[in-house]
Design a protein. Structure first.
Length: 219
């Protein structure tokens, strides 16, 4: 049965978190790739750890904390202006090339972002990529003060849409997010661009996609 709504993760799915590498490389020549990868890793680690510790801070704070740790680990010493430039680059992430096309093609369905990002972060990146009007809802974990993959986060989309979870298609590029959404009960499509193995968490997505355009051809 065709889903009645499509719920998208934002970071890594619609928007390329590694597009910050250009700014990282500009500020720290030869270290841009290492900084970009570690920054993303720590950002996610802090979301999981703070959820487990019940010590919530919003995703903007975690993004800054992850950046500071990563710079220290790599022996980099950015000034305040450079830190601000790096942080601002997260508000101007590039959308993946297919993002706008897929959203337009799915205009007959409810289209939702469900993300760890703060409302301000999500609004900024949507505006930067001129995707205003493409979403019926932009939902942030900030409402709940806990991060994915907690079931309450996925329930937020169910409550807002007023649909049974089985009628909602969830799309993410993050294997851990895919596992959380499937365990919750969504119909899940994993946007697995790099061809990574399925996480060993006891659940499988309905389909594994190389491109979001494949959503248009799923019966």
């Amino acid at each position: 049965m065709k889903p009645q709504a499509y719920v998208f993760d934002a970071y890594g799915t619609l928007f390329d978190v590694y597009s910050v590498q250009a700014k990282c490389e500009e500020i720290f020549p030869g270290k841009g790739a290492d900084l970009t990868r570690l920054w993303r890793t720590k950002q996610l680690e802090y979301s999981w750890l703070r959820s487990l510790m019940a010590r919530y801070e919003n995703f903007w704070k975690l993004t800054g904390d992850g950046l500071r740790y990563s710079c220290q680990f790599l022996g980099l010493k950015p000034g305040q202006e450079q830190m601000e430039e790096l942080m601002q680059s997260y508000l101007a992430l590039a959308a993946f090339p297919e993002t706008g096309q897929v959203l337009e093609k799915l205009a007959g369905f409810s289209r939702v972002i469900l993300s760890n990002g703060t409302p301000a972060m999500l609004e900024a990146v949507v505006r930067h990529n001129r995707l205003e009007g493409q979403f019926d809802h932009i939902l942030s974990v900030d409402e709940l003060k806990i991060y994915k993959p907690h079931p309450a986060v996925y329930q937020l989309a169910v409550d807002r849409l007023g649909l049974a979870k089985e009628n909602i298609a969830f799309v993410s590029s993050n294997g851990w997010d895919v596992a959380g959404a499937k365990a919750f009960g969504f119909t899940v499509y994993w946007l697995n661009r790099p061809g990574a193995p399925v996480e060993e968490l006891g659940v499988q997505p309905e389909a594994i996609l190389k491109s979001p355009l494949e959503l248009l051809y799923i019966p």
